[in-house]
Design a protein around this ligand. Structure first.
Ligand code: SAM
Length: 275
């Protein structure tokens, strides 16, 4: 059967084989009756069977065509389960998650090679989410909770921190997977906030400022900002001065509030982007 074929390293296939951890993830996900659930990378279905039992609707996105076909076959009698045979990075999540009026519960043991990219996509649809329970490489999870001015603090910390309350549920050791990864993993809870943690003005501007501030870690903040698209229309030295931020600092020393202040100011002076 396709589900027993050798795991593909290229697709980050480290399958969960520890029933205790599987049960803990399902408990942590706290699926509500009739709630729509999205599972990214269902693999051999370690979590899927439990999710199908409690979800009102379950959408599976699996890039391994053989596994997607296997899930289709396994769930053919279940009307509420849909399998999407695709790369999650190419799926229009906004359209998918707008299919139901209810907000979605996302559950995933993410393929590590694309986990940061997936986090950005999920950040982009935060307003369609009720909660997320994600297994990540422990180091990636640690980054999400890192304070400013430490090496783990990065774009994901600032962007996801704006819209989610994030907490670590538990750590998972390599022996819980087949094959065993080289590093520890962690299951994290993401609870979307009803309001952003800070007023950032236009969110596209905010994203662009944060990404450019971290784009060249060895350069000063002012030099990083100058390379951003908005800098064509904004005097970065004046911008920093008006927010009382020293342009000689490194981007990774800025707090969320400081990024938000910069973003509000750029939004004000660039009214065309602030729709
Ligand atoms: N959920 C299963 C489990 O816990 O045992 C499998 C998790 S495994 C770490 C990651 C899964 O994501 C694999 O099934 C893999 O084929 C799938 N995957 C990898 N890249 C993907 C992508 N770009 N889009 C969708 N699924 C992907």
């Amino acid at each position: 059967m396709s589900a027993t074929r050798r795991p593909l390293k290229s697709l980050g296939q480290n399958f969960l084989v520890d029933q205790n951890i599987i049960d803990k993830i399902i408990q942590t996900a706290d699926i509500q009756p009739d709630q729509p659930v999205l599972e990214i990378g269902p693999g051999r279905g370690a979590l899927t069977t439990h999710l199908a039992e409690s979800a009102g609707r379950l959408v599976l996105i699996e890039f391994d065509h053989a596994l997607a076909a296997w899930h289709r076959d396994q769930n053919k009698s279940l009307q509420h389960v849909t399998v999407i045979d695709a790369d999650v990075l190419k799926v229009d999540l906004d359209t998918l998650l707008s299919e139901t009026p209810q907000k979605w519960n996302v559950v995933a043991n993410l393929p590590y090679n694309i986990s940061t990219e997936v986090l950005f996509r999920l950040y982009g649809v935060h307003d369609r989410l009720a909660r997320m329970t994600l297994m990540l490489q422990k180091e990636v999870g640690d980054r999400l909770a890192a304070p400013p001015d430490c090496s783990a603090y990065g774009v994901t910390t600032v962007l996801l921190g704006l819209w989610f309350d994030i907490s670590r549920a538990f750590v998972v050791h390599p022996g819980s997977f087949h094959p065993s990864p080289k590093v520890d993993s962690a299951v994290l809870n993401f609870i979307p906030r009803s309001e952003a943690r800070a007023d950032v003005g236009n969110e596209d501007v905010f994203r662009s400022i944060v990404k450019s501030a971290f784009s060249m870690r060895r350069k000063t903040l002012i030099n990083c900002l100058k390379s951003a698209e908005f800098a064509k229309h904004v005097d970065c030295a004046k911008l920093l001065e008006s927010c009382v931020i020293d342009g000689r600092r490194r981007g990774e020393t800025l707090s969320l509030e400081e990024f938000a202040a910069l973003s509000r100011r750029v939004t004000e002076v660039l009214p065309i982007t602030a729709e």
